[in-house]
Design a protein around this ligand. Structure first.
Ligand code: ADP
Ligand code: MG
Length: 299
């Protein structure tokens, strides 16, 4: 068996370049992404996959809202589970052969401070009047540059609860898709049972945990930029190539990586390497099989 690689596919692997997310756009984007993944599989790597789900959850939330008077809206954790199934199906079709998707729950702490201060924007932009109406229904909304968006908690992933199922399928020879969208967030209740919560788990942080759980040697975070950059968007951007975890940690602490986008990727890379992973790579999808490109973090 070749080196085990966990690949986390970002939003651009699931929508058209302009962000369009029609079924046809999603299928085409997944097929293009899997062509890149296949290069690694054909090179003998033992590939495990995870993926984001932002635009897809946004679509489901809007459908819920528009149909609310006819069909009861479903909670956010259900939307997460639904997107794991649909995106997983697209990925399995594109992979062909023995592939399996594990509907995956991610354990979070009900006392995570993120629940007190929800900051992760989800879904589309709305007018202030609409936002105020949803606030009355108990949701949190915030004003951004382009309008109002719902915000939810993004608690720390503690454990990928269904990683054992993924491991068993990997051992049986399946190419596995798991922890899509960061996994369905669940909390453990007083009686020991699990319950879904209105939250989203960062897919990159969940990917780092999944990679550890399935004993991957390499974590590849496939996104839409070839490197993490120091001075991003400034006059003197400096792409980061090979770097030690210690050096990257210093840059991360200095605030070079934006929260909600590159920040969690860098954090995930650092956690994976600190947890014993051999290498974490942050690069664009078209470069995942190219050893000469990308931000490559090793201990
Ligand atoms: P994904 O859907 O793959 O998770 P994100 O949009 O969440 O993608 O994160 C990738 C984006 O992070 C890039 O397109 C870039 O705009 C942004 N970004 C923020 N800070 C940096 C940085 N320091 N270096 C590179 N990209 C950055
Ligand atoms: Mg992201």
């Amino acid at each position: 068996m070749g080196e085990r690689v966990l690949i986390a596919l970002g939003g651009n692997a699931m929508t058209a370049p302009d962000g369009s997310a029609s079924p046809r756009d999603q299928q085409a984007a997944v097929e293009a992404a899997i062509l890149q993944v296949r290069v690694l599989i054909d090179a003998g790597r033992d590939v495990v996959l995870t993926h984001g789900n932002g635009p897809q959850v946004g679509n489901l939330l809007l459908k819920n809202q528009l149909a609310a008077s006819v069909v009861p809206p479903v909670p956010l954790d259900w939307c997460g589970a639904q997107t794991q199934a649909t995106i997983g199906t697209l990925i399995m079709n594109a992979l062909g052969g023995r592939a399996a998707t594990v509907v995956t729950r991610t354990l979070v702490d009900a006392r995570d401070p993120a629940f007190e201060d929800p900051v992760k924007p989800i879904g589309r932009y709305f007018t202030e009047a609409e936002a105020r109406r949803f606030e009355k229904l108990g949701q949190n909304w915030r004003r951004f540059e382009r309008g109002w968006r719902r915000v939810v908690a993004s608690p720390e992933p503690l454990e990928i609860l269904d990683a054992d199922a993924a491991t068993a399928l990997i051992a049986a020879g399946f190419t596995v898709v798991a922890a899509g969208g960061g996994g369905v967030p669940v909390v453990r209740q007083a009686d020991g049972s699990l319950a879904g919560v209105e939250a989203v788990v960062d897919k990159d942080l969940a990917a780092a945990l999944l990679a550890q759980a399935v004993r991957a040697e390499v974590l590849i975070i496939a996104t839409d930029v070839p490197n993490a950059v120091v001075g991003y968007g400034g006059p003197d951007p400096r792409p980061i190539g090979r770097i030690s975890a210690d050096e990257l940690r210093v840059l991360h602490a200095a605030g070079h990586f934006a929260g909600g986008s590159m920040g969690p990727k860098v954090e995930a890379a650092l956690r994976f390497v600190a947890g014993g992973g051999r290498q974490a790579v942050i690069t664009s999808l078209e470069h995942i099989a190219n050893d000469d490109v990308g931000t490559r973090v090793e201990r």
